[in-house]
Structure formats: C-alpha cells, structure tokens
Design a protein around this ligand. Structure first.
Ligand code: ZN
Length: 73
C-alpha cells in the first residue's frame, strides 16, 4: 500500500458513516491532522492523517476548478 497524498479540495469517501448519513468528505485543511468537511451537513472534523488513510474507501473525482487532472479536455 502506498502512502496517500491529500490536497485541498480532494474528495474522499470514508468507510465510516457520519451521523447525518453521509460518507463523502472534502479535504479543507492539511497538516498533521487532516481537516474534512462533510459534504452533506457541512460539519468539519479533524482527524489524524493515519486515521484518514485507514478510513478511506474511495477517492472521488474533484469538482474544484483548480482541478488539474482534466487539463486535456
Ligand atoms: Zn454530515
């Protein structure tokens, strides 16, 4: 398993469900702890990077305009 690199605006689907019923989060802060914002209820949480890496089920396509993965289109 390779170490994950997060960037602001990355969208992650976690294995753990937020109490509001949502699984999808956006990365809003980087550091020793990763700040995530629930895409459904907007609540923010801070999780240790190792915790986030363990909980990720899927990395979702970014919606941000700063997205550089689709430059060819
Ligand atoms: Zn939520």
């Amino acid at each position: 398993m390779q170490p994950m690199q997060f960037q602001l605006g990355d969208r992650l689907r976690l294995r753990k469900q937020h109490p509001c019923g949502n699984f999808d989060w956006e990365v809003v802060r980087l550091g020793a702890d990763i700040g995530l914002r629930c895409e459904k209820c907007g609540r923010r949480v801070l999780l240790p990077r190792s915790e986030v890496e363990r909980r990720i089920k899927q990395v979702l396509p970014r919606l941000s305009k700063t997205d550089d993965f689709f430059d060819e289109e």
